[in-house]
Design a protein around this ligand. Structure first.
Ligand code: CA2
Length: 146
C-alpha cells in the first residue's frame, strides 16, 4: 500500500477559525478526515503533518524519503518565497502534487508565483478542501500510470 505524506504549511492550523470567505469553513482536522476516507477508498494511506516552521517542513520532506511514495503539499506562504523548500522537494525526488485552497492566480500578484510548482508533477488551486482531495486522486493516478 502506498503511504503518502500530506504536508500543510504555515497558518493552516488556523483553518476554519479565520478568513472563511477565502479559505473555507472546514478545519484542518476535518480536511484530514476527508483525506483519510478518500485514501481508504483509493487503497492508500495518508499521513498528515502541519508545521509553521520552514525548517521543520524541510525535515518532514527529508524524512519522507524513507517511508513515503509521494507528497501532497500545501506550502502556504512558503510557496511564494522558499527556495529551500523547493530544493528539499527536488532532493528527495518524490512525486509531489502542489495544492492550494484558494486560486492563487486570481489573488495578489505576489501569490501568483510559485517557487514549488516547477518541481511538482502538477498543481491544483482554487477548489477549497476539494483541492487536497483532487491532489490525492492525481497522485494516486500518477502511481497507477507508472
Ligand atoms: O490557498 C492556499 O491554500 C494558500 O496556500 C494559503 C496560504 C497563502 O499564503 C497562499 O498564498 C495560498 C495561507 C494559509 C493561511 O491560512 C489561514 C487560515 C485561516 C486564517 C488565516 C490564514
Amino acid at each position: 500500500m502506498h503511504a503518502i505524506l500530506i504536508l500543510h504549511g504555515p497558518n493552516l492550523n488556523l483553518l476554519g477559525l479565520r478568513e472563511p470567505e477565502i479559505y473555507g469553513s472546514q478545519t484542518l482536522d476535518e480536511i484530514n478526515a476527508l483525506l483519510s476516507d478518500l485514501a481508504a477508498e483509493l487503497g492508500v494511506s495518508v499521513h498528515p503533518r502541519q508545521s509553521n516552521s520552514e525548517g521543520q517542513l524541510i525535515e518532514l520532506i527529508h524524512e519522507a524519503r524513507g517511508w513515503a511514495a509521494g507528497i501532497v503539499c500545501n506550502a502556504a506562504g512558503y510557496t511564494h518565497t522558499s527556495v529551500a523548500l523547493r530544493d528539499a522537494i527536488t532532493a528527495v525526488n518524490l512525486p509531489t502534487v502542489e495544492v492550494h485552497l484558494s486560486n492563487i492566480y486570481k489573488r495578489e500578484e505576489f501569490r501568483q508565483r510559485s517557487l514549488i510548482a516547477p518541481v511538482c508533477i502538477g498543481t491544483i488551486s482554487g477548489f477549497g478542501a476539494q483541492s487536497y482531495l483532487l491532489g490525492l486522486r492525481a497522485l494516486v493516478a500518477h502511481f497507477d500510470q507508472r
